[in-house]
Design a protein around this ligand. Sequence first.
Ligand code: PLP
Length: 370
Amino acid sequence: MTEIVYFDYNATTPPRPEVADAMMEVLRVAGNASAVHASGRAARARVDEARASIAALIGAEPGQIIFTGSGTEANNQALRESGRKRLIVSAIEHEAVRSARADAEISPVDENGIINLEALEQILAGSDEPAQVAVMLANNETGVIQPIAEVSSIARRHGALVHCDAVQAVGKIPVDVVALGADSYALSSHKFAGPQGVGVLVMRTPDIIGRFVHGGGQERGLRAGTENVAGIVGLGVAARLAAQALPKYAKLAELRDGLERRLRDIAPDMIVFGQDSERLPNTAKLTMPGVPGDTQVMAMDLAGIAISAGSACAAGKVEPPYVLSAMGVPDDISITATRVSLGWQTRPEDLDKFVAAWEKLYNRVGRKVG
Ligand code: PLP
């Protein structure tokens, strides 16, 4: 089988071998982390170790970490169980935030994909009802990083809580939850080379978000259910490795920027969205002039390269380009965009293969300037 060049790390990351090894070790032995006997205590110790590793990665206390079944669950619960009357979400939030409450108010972003802080302040000032604001740390499509510390101080002035979806940022850039100042955060293990199906809800103080799964007393009674010990252990190992790899991860920006330059040499009117903003080092959201994104995804797939058109979080489903629409990009341009996201296994030669396949497709069907 030909080797697949994988450029879809924002959808999911291949787990690191150490993660899989640690999980296999746990899967081979019984151990309910709530049991008092030796195997239960061993499982509990491994869960606690993972809690400490993820807390260390983001500057939190282990007691602020609640394990969940996904980033989606962490986002949903943070927004549904905060008891706040109003919810204000940025226009570029992931579906896990956008769909959490049907009555959410939308706060706009500018053409660079950054939340408009004056507009947010005005929306907050529009009512005295207790509010919660949700703004992501980094956008999954464009990689654009949001000014969460500023959002937190504006929200604080209006007595509002802040929830931050940090799913795409953790493991890609340094994250310090204290400096960002939000009240709660959502994380997802499979975005930083851990297993799928494990998420984290981080809470500044335990009373901010109410109990969301009723049953036994696991996760301090907030999210009952026997812990996914193997998944949590995998997440812990991934968190430890991600902390060590952050300097190396930052260097992906050189590869990504080089890629963008080479594609622009081929197609001078190619657009990179959010290029003038601070972005995740691994993400490029770019157009191939005149070629629909899904055509590009299929052609690249035939060439053995995995990229994505929308944020394909649900199998085969491409979401409407609401992130680019919110940035004021017309539909005829946004439909020609794809997302290329690099990661820990990306090698310079993978980019050569990408550029060659991209150029071939563009020469065949792309719209040429002039
Ligand atoms: N939030 C963002 C920004 C994401 O990109 C994703 C997944 O793509 C999620 C939340 C959902 O995380 P999970 O796949 O763990 O449910």
